[in-house]
Design a protein around this ligand. Sequence first.
Ligand SMILES: Cc1cc2nc3c(=O)[nH]c(=O)nc-3n(C[C@H](O)[C@H](O)[C@H](O)COP(=O)(O)OP(=O)(O)OC[C@H]3O[C@@H](n4cnc5c(N)ncnc54)[C@H](O)[C@@H]3O)c2cc1C
Length: 500
Amino acid sequence: MSSPTAVSSSAKVVVIGAGLAGLSSAATLAQAGFEHVQVLEAMSRPGGRISTIRPFGPNVIELGANWVHGQDGNPVFSLAERHGLLSQDASARGMCQPGSLTPHDYFFREDGTLLSHKGVKQVCALFSQLTSRAFDNKLEEKFHSKSFGQYLDEAFADSPLASSFEDAAKVFEWCKRSECTDEASSSLYETSALEQKEYTCLEGDFYNCLGPGGYQAVVDVLLKLLPPGALLCDRPVTYIRWGLEPQAKGSGPFRPVKVLCEDGQEFEADHAIVTSSLGFLKDRASVFFEPTLPEDKIQAIERLGFGTVDKIFLRFNEQFWPEDCTGIQLVWEKGPEDKTIYCKLSEGDAWREMWYKKISGFDIVSHHPTVLCAWISGREAQHMETLQQEEVQQVCVRLLRSFTGWSVPEPTQVLFSTWWSNPHVKGSYTFVPFGVKGVREQQVLAAPLPNSSICTARKPLQVLFAGEATHENFYTTTHGAFVSGIREAERIIDFYTQQK
Ligand SMILES: Cc1cc2nc3c(=O)[nH]c(=O)nc-3n(C[C@H](O)[C@H](O)[C@H](O)COP(=O)(O)OP(=O)(O)OC[C@H]3O[C@@H](n4cnc5c(N)ncnc54)[C@H](O)[C@@H]3O)c2cc1C
């Protein structure tokens, strides 16, 4: 990295957001010798979609990011490993996905009977093969123009398994419903099959867990790299004025960007790095920038998808599930990811009545022997967030009782995440909707203002964009957020290096 110059160390950079993208960009700039870096965070805590809490005693639970996905070439993994933050406990994975099915996941039919593990395993293995084909860019041509859901349905229908096992289609519906939590979309019929290839899975374990400090420990490492006072929490930014021209009689150095906070505080800057989520931008971009964003960027914000994934935690006085059980999975007769049901529900409001059908199951939570965690995604998750806690609790208990037939006590504590209702986040993570070219839109979203080809010492890069949504291959992940923050910090560092 180039050494600081007098110009760069006097440059003022305001970073909007103290999630992983904001913190990695601020830390990179601080380490490169930038002395005036100010991070403004709307919430009362740093971390953004990393939210490690301890509501059930000393052990953590994660309301947001849970795993570090992939190892080789993942700087979040390297940082966690270097600082000894990774879990040494192999059983800490949590959450059942078709690709991570264990013999100890209990799959129940709606009538309360248990499905045979052998049949479930075969369907899940096929599902994993089919999704891997899409991720590895090995889709047959005939599927290129299909939604992810359509592709999976057709490929499944072609397989002998579809007819060899009575409940195969229902388990396949469970697999798709479960995959929605990875996609964050309301349905796999709304995402693109071909675009899956752009998401890069790194080598090494895909589900790496953090140790006792949780994901917050990663945030803490980055916070330590910032100079004192660099982070201000409870500072929602209401808008950013850029492209300002010098006034005739200005005092002090002229700065072309002004960042205004809800409390009236103003920050002048040479550069602003916006790391607000795509959900926030969808909600506020039209009023957040003055002058307004170029049309192509507004279109990119509209075209890319930002879905909701929530977790519901239920704490009981005692474990009512068998000792070996790692998850209770719900297989519906007519699940919402079945094509005909999806089509039927896509119009009107009937889906609201059946929001709970989107819950794929209840998984055990590591280091919390009496806690279960349910995952829910899409518009059903958004609807769940509007309900009272008692209603969510009643529905979950009813599901557990009716599917398992076990004696399920009332939980002593229930809590759920509300990522959609959070005005500073407005959802959980990015997906590429069916018909959208993700890479093109992500590149437009990430492009700085003004266009870097016309930047000069007199007209420098003013507004830069980082955050998970801006990364072409690692979007959705902490990894994507982290490297996008570094990318934008380096853009500024390079700008000053070229001015030398
Ligand atoms: C339920 C859930 C589970 C997840 N699981 C995983 C996982 O297992 N592994 C994984 O890799 N990723 C996971 N993710 C995704 C991961 O958390 C995100 O990709 C990553 O944390 C995003 O970081 P970011 O810095 O881009 O955005 P954010 O974390 O959203 O940070 C942006 C920050 O900007 C602030 N902000 C926004 N607008 C303003 C404003 N106007 N003024 C001031 N501040 C503002 C926000 O408050 C926020 O703190 C999960 C996310 C969720 C919600």
